[in-house]
Design a protein around this ligand. Structure first.
Ligand code: FAD
Ligand code: DLZ
Length: 519
């Protein structure tokens, strides 16, 4: 008998069109899937994130078996489980003596480094294949980045539009004449804004079993274990996508930046958890959105906005990650060293917007983009929180978080820790922005209209504290430099009030206790 091909499939590779399976027949293949302690605890992921991955892995293994594939599925509790990918591949090599190990490249740098060692360690060739579920190759991103100081997403996005043909006219021009309709997508929420609910999926016996396992083995991890309602199969993910296209896509654009207290999903798709573990394909979602536009069921600004998030931002941050690693993980251009405040874990803060964002994060392992960017992220930026602590937090708490997508958003988009390679200016904002785009401020004990003093919205003095302490680095930035004229006009007494208010607030912050993010 010929020696089989061993195909390890990781927890974010749950796609039938995976490059490592292409061209293989079930009879000549051994698939290896493994629940391993190292992956579940290298940061202490939100409980629902572990349930999502383990349950989706178990369902995927069942589906593969039903199609005739031979799957070795290693459960977390298997007594021989070594706890690591490399250890489990080593055991599978002993069991099956494969003629080749064939694997799709991993999403994270850390796992890629481990995979590179397999070649020298195992007595058979190891083939690491590109992840063809992404639209841009690493080489395409490198070519785009070549010679550019700022890696502006917009230009990369246009290349992806041309490559995929999405929303492109036959004459090579963008549909509607513009590449980007962002200017139409900044509506503040109307009073009483409420979107149709997103589907929640009732756990089946496989998910119930995993919920019990996670409750027992990861009791000290952050987040509510139940209710758990994320899609864990491709069929469920497709149902969630269909519901989004039918009921929420049409208003996705206008309300993309809106926030409503206690309304967690609004018009967002809630599809990132399924996309990132492989249950959905980015191109199929974009084609479905384009189809909605062609059928006249969704306007261009919403459809273009949705497609831009996926073939623009999602592809871009993935390219950026591989282009900027490993340095990106240690980047700290603004020299921020303050510890993460404890309220990021407990939600106990009088700032009503932040408390609401931490609540949805704890309950659902999700917060929508503008909550992550302009409330949580903006706070971390202007309060000067250490980038590694912030990155750990985001990686732990969101069910869609993998380092390739989390880190560029944290180090590049929110913290400017990369020195402006990703964002042309820091996304710093005072309480005004949050007040304009949400209804959080009305019921807050802090007063957004008050600029300084113990009752002022802390975003107000923190904004100026940030600007003042980073003046040397930011003043020459043409998108931000003019702000210093306003600062200078204030006069010394007002400036001192701002700085003292900010410092009093920062001094009052309780640092997070050890052990939330890492053991
Ligand atoms: P929608 O608003 O419906 O958007 C549609 C899709 O576009 C998303 O599902 C996602 O795949 C993609 N997308 C949108 N914005 C981005 C972006 N900035 N980067 C990459 N993809 C994007 N997204 C993750 O998938 N994983 C993360 O770990 C993650 N961490 C983030 C950290 C910070 C600090 C910020 C500011 C953003 C982060 N994002 C992350 C991006 C974005 O917030 C989420 O993709 C989005 O909230 C997921 O919800 P949704 O599916 O309803 O998105
Ligand atoms: C996130 C995660 C978790 C919690 N557990 C596992 C696991 O036990 N087995 C597995 O194959 N994958 C898991 N994952 C996803 C991996 O961390 C992900 O595949 C790597 O980060 C590579 O991108």
């Amino acid at each position: 008998m010929t020696r089989p091909v061993l195909v390890p499939i990781l927890g974010d590779q749950l796609s039938r069109n995976l490059s490592s399976l292409e061209g293989l027949a079930p009879a000549e293949t051994r698939i290896l899937m493994m629940e391993v302690w190292d992956e579940a605890t290298y940061v202490k992921h939100h409980k629902q994130k572990i349930v999502l991955i383990f349950s989706a892995m178990r369902h995927f293994a069942e589906e593969l078996r039903a199609e005739g594939w031979q799957v070795d599925y290693i459960r977390l509790g298997d007594p021989e489980n070594t706890g690591s990918f490399t250890g489990e591949v080593a055991r599978a090599v002993e069991r099956h003596a494969p003629g080749e190990i064939r694997v799709t490249e991993s999403g994270e740098w850390r796992v890629h480094e481990a995979m590179l060692e397999w070649e020298g360690r195992f007595p058979c060739p190891v083939t690491i294949l590109p992840d063809t579920r992404f639209i841009a190759t690493h080489a395409e991103f490198r070519a785009f980045a070549e010679g550019r100081k700022h890696l502006t997403m917009e230009y990369f996005y246009r290349e992806m539009r041309k490559k995929t043909g999405l929303l492109m006219r036959p004459d090579g021009k963008p549909e509607g004449g513009e590449w980007n309709y962002d200017a139409e997508n900044r509506e503040p929420p109307k009073a009483g804004l409420k979107a149709p609910p997103t589907p929640k999926f009732v756990p089946d016996t496989i998910t119930e079993e995993v919920i019990a396992l996670v409750g027992e083995r990861f009791p000290d991890h952050f987040g509510d274990l139940e209710p758990f309602g994320w899609p864990v199969t491709r069929a469920e993910a497709l149902e969630a996508a269909a519901a989004f296209f039918a009921r929420r896509l049409s208003l996705f654009g206008p309300y993309q930046d809106a926030m409503v207290h206690g309304e967690d999903d609004l018009y967002h798709s809630m599809l990132s958890t399924s996309l990132n573990c492989g249950l959905l394909d980015p191109l199929e979602l974009c084609r479905a959105a384009e189809d909605a536009y062609k059928r006249g069921t969704a306007p261009l600004n919403s459809v273009e906005g949705f497609i831009r998030q996926i073939i623009g931002w999602r592809e871009y941050v993935r390219g950026f990650y591989w282009h900027q690693m490993p340095g990106l993980a240690a980047a700290n251009e603004l020299g921020a060293h303050r510890p993460l405040p404890d309220f990021f874990w407990t939600g106990e803060t009088d700032m009503r917007c932040l408390a609401d964002c931490v609540r949805t994060t704890r309950e659902d392992a999700h917060a929508h983009h503008i909550q992550r960017l302009m409330v949580l992220g903006n706070f971390c930026l202007i309060a000067g929180i250490d980038p590694q602590a912030v990155a750990d937090w985001y990686l732990v708490v969101y069910a869609d978080a993998y380092e390739w997508v989390e880190l560029p958003n944290v180090a590049g988009m929110i913290l400017y820790a990369d020195g402006g390679r990703l964002a042309t200016k820091p996304y710093a904002a005072s309480g005004n922005y949050i007040n304009k785009m949400s209804n959080h401020c009305g019921g807050c004990r802090y007063k957004v209209a008050q600029k300084t003093g113990p009752n002022a919205c802390p975003f107000n003095p923190l904004y100026w504290h940030f600007m003042a302490r980073n003046r040397a680095r930011l003043e020459s930035n043409h998108r931000i430099g003019r702000i210093y004229a306003t600062w200078d006009r204030m006069g010394e007494a007002k400036q001192r009030e701002y700085l003292e208010s900010a410092e009093a607030f920062l001094d009052s912050l309780e640092p997070a206790r050890e052990g939330w993010a890492r053991n």
